[in-house]
Design a protein around this ligand. Sequence first.
Ligand SMILES: [Zn+2]
Length: 333
Amino acid sequence: MPVDTQIWTDIDYERNGKQFGMLRVPQSLNTAGWANLFIPIAVIKNGEGPTAVLFGGNHGDEYVGEVMLMNLARALRPEDIRGRVIIVPMLNRPAAEAGTRLSPLDGRNMNRVFPGQRNDTVTGMIAHYASQVLIPMASLVLDIHDGARTAHFLPLVTMHNIPNRAQMQRMIDTGMAWGASYVFVYCDVSGEGLLTGYAESQGKVALGTEIGSASQFGKEMLAIAERGVRNALKLHGILRGKPEPAETPRVVAADEPDYYVMAPVSGLFEPFFEMGDDIAANEAIGQVHSTERPFDPPTPVVTRKGGMLISRRAFPLTRQGDCLATLVRPFKL
Ligand SMILES: [Zn+2]
């Protein structure tokens, strides 16, 4: 395997059994001229078969995937596997340790820099390793996200509406096997360069997730994440057993920008609806109170398209242009 990267690892991806190791990312700092940043990685391999690569902590402050993947990496045994499972529980480890979405080292959003470059900032170098070394080994790519502090989500598995219908069908089938409440087809309203977008472009079955938020974090969300990953691995013949989805997901889409309701002004957002509610077009989903003129009438936040509320802003303090709500329509391939 030709490896075009500055990142070094002690992992042998071809070795059978279970390995815990590190990706060593070159760094040169004021306090250490020659240094490496260590990104933990686990590989569980048992003979020939397909490969899955599982990412958590692409956004540092999304801890559902990080905790679940640490548990899964400890629990999976080589004899449970056919093929290979690669687990990176904290892809953006500096951000995980800082409790932030973006890397504290270079201020970058890991999930906007894909595919990255060989000689890049730390975030770009990690993305480059994932895109050039890890993702090419896999047929199944799972990237576990949640709404962190800023957004509540009904538990869902995400994908773009990609042009290859056979690949899209396999992605929807994998989302159905996952067994979260929704399979959610989205569009990039806040920029390109996503990990899953890159994996999709390489023909992979690539799923993201949004499983709750920081304040929803707990036993229930962790169980939805772990059961879903195990079900996806089973559907792809990598983990023994048959998928046992906890529920039959509804397939929904927010595939036009008008399904994403952005704040018209800055202030304190007051929602009028809870997730799961149906909202009409041109209806006020909430209002924004001015902190500068608190006794003026609040600014209504009006939808452009109707749909079901699948996500809403969790943190009331809002800046103009922040996403306040996401609405979805039923989707059929
Ligand atoms: Zn995220």
